[in-house]
Structures are given as structure tokens and as C-alpha cells.
Design a protein around this ligand. Structure first.
Ligand SMILES: Nc1nc2c(ncn2[C@@H]2O[C@H](COP(=O)(O)OP(=O)(O)OP(=O)(O)O)[C@@H](O)[C@H]2O)c(=O)[nH]1
Ligand SMILES: [Mg+2]
Length: 214
């Protein structure tokens, strides 16, 4: 979902949160959208979403962030969840090796269901629990590089890097959209400013007649 509209914001970007149960997806969401954190948060059931509007390269961007349960039995129908998403935060817990080992499974799911151009950031959450660390930043960086993902460690508890992770994803999405818009303009899909259009060569609905090349 990357609509351009006229009023309160320039762009609306849908971003999905994925990763195993308990890694901190819902707290990353509440930290980013409401600056809140709960030590005793319950497992998500079904789908929730929250929004936050912020500036990216001088544009007003509304980020609509979707959150679902990591636990299979509570998850919402996958294809609807991913539909229209232009970004994803794939979260694991740096203190639980299994959640990192499952990153590849989540990547497969993303590649099966989401748009192939989706921007993906791998997030190692709970960096405040460094004394319980089970996944080194080097291992994670290695996986991120081999899978062409960006990577950051965060702490929803300490509000560390949460803002930066979303900002980075939103900026990457924005850059892709800008590039597409420019490419469309250059290939003639869009009409560049100052171009004279010869209406004699146009059919009634405004498309070019196949007969007449200029
Ligand atoms: N120490 C620490 N605990 C965290 C952090 N983020 C989340 N937690 C805790 O981890 C537990 C699970 O967090 P949730 O945000 O509910 O996890 P989730 O990924 O949404 O889980 P599901 O909804 O079941 O998929 C909660 O007890 C949180 O308080 C963090 O950055 N540091
Ligand atoms: Mg949750």
C-alpha cells in the first residue's frame, strides 16, 4: 500500500511485523506509535495495527504498522496480512537462539506471500539483555548480508533503535518509490513538464492512436 494522496499526508506505507511469539513485536509497535512498553504484555491474537505520521525527506509519511501473533494458531490469514505491504520488520530475540534460527522460515513466508520488492529489515530485539545474549551481532550481520536484508539490534524496553529501524525502512521504501516515479517519467509513462502533446494524434479517450507515430 503506497498511495499518494493530497491531504494530511503525502504517502501511506503499510509495514508488517513478523517473527516468533514473544520476540517483542507488539512492544516495538507500541514503543514506536505511542512511546509505551509493557513488561507483562499478552500474546497477540489475530491482527492489530497502529499508525504514526512522520517526515521522511521532507514528505509527510503515514506508517500503518500491522502486528499479528507469532504463534501459528493465533495468526490471521496470511495472504491478507501481507497484501499491499511495502515494508517488513522481521524480529527475533537476541536471547533466544531458536527465534533467530526461524528467521529463514519467516523469510520464506514473506517471499511466498509479499510483494517481491518489499523492504525487509531484520531486527534483533531485547538488546538490553546483553548478559543473556544467545545470538551474536556478527552472526546476525552475516545472515543479513547473505539474504540482502538490513539489520539492527533494538530494545523496545529502552527505546533503543526502534525509531531508527522504522525510519530506515521508511526511507528505503521512499527511495524505491521515488526511483519508480522517475523511471516512469523517463520512459514516458508520465508526461514530463513542458512537453507539447499533439492532440491530433490522440484517440477520444486520450490514448495515442496506433497509426500515428510522431
Ligand atoms: N527485556 C526486554 N523485554 C522485552 C523487550 N521487548 C519485549 N519484551 C518482553 O517480551 C515479552 C513479549 O513481548 P511481546 O511484544 O508481547 O511479543 P510478541 O512478539 O508481540 O509476541 P506474540 O504476540 O505472541 O507474537 C513481554 O514480556 C515484553 O515485555 C525488550 O526490548 N527488552
Ligand atoms: Mg504480539
Amino acid at each position: 500500500m503506497a498511495y499518494k494522496v493530497d491531504h494530511e499526508y503525502d504517502y501511506l506505507f503499510k509495514i508488517v511485523l513478523i517473527g516468533d511469539s514473544g520476540v517483542g513485536k507488539s512492544n516495538i509497535l507500541s514503543r514506536f506509535t505511542r512511546n509505551e512498553f509493557a513488561l507483562d504484555s499478552k500474546s497477540t491474537i489475530g491482527v492489530e495495527f497502529a499508525t504514526r505520521t512522520l517526515q521522511v525527506e521532507g514528505k509527510t509519511v503515514k506508517a500503518q504498522i500491522w502486528d499479528t501473533a507469532g504463534q501459528e494458531r493465533y495468526r490471521a490469514i496470511t495472504s491478507a496480512y501481507y497484501r499491499g505491504a511495502v515494508g517488513a520488520l522481521l524480529v527475533y530475540d537476541i536471547t533466544k537462539r531458536q527465534t533467530f534460527d526461524n528467521v529463514l522460515r519467516w523469510l520464506h513466508e514473506l517471499r511466498d506471500h509479499a510483494d517481491s520488492n518489499i523492504v525487509i529489515m531484520m531486527v534483533g530485539n531485547k538488546s538490553d539483555l546483553n548478559h543473556l545474549r544467545a545470538v551474536s551481532a556478527e552472526d546476525a550481520q552475516g545472515l543479513a548480508e547473505s539474504e540482502s536484508l538490513s539489520f539492527m539490534e533494538t530494545s523496545a524496553l529502552e527505546a533503543y533503535n526502534v525509531e531508527k529501524a522504522f525510519q530506515t525502512v521508511l526511507l528505503d521504501i521512499y527511495k524505491i518509490i521515488r526511483k519508480k516515479a522517475l523511471a516512469a517519467q523517463e520512459s514516458g509513462t508520465g508526461v514530463p513538464h513542458g512537453t507539447t502533446i499533439n492532440v491530433n494524434n490522440m484517440s477520444e479517450n486520450g490514448t495515442k492512436k496506433p497509426c500515428c507515430s510522431t
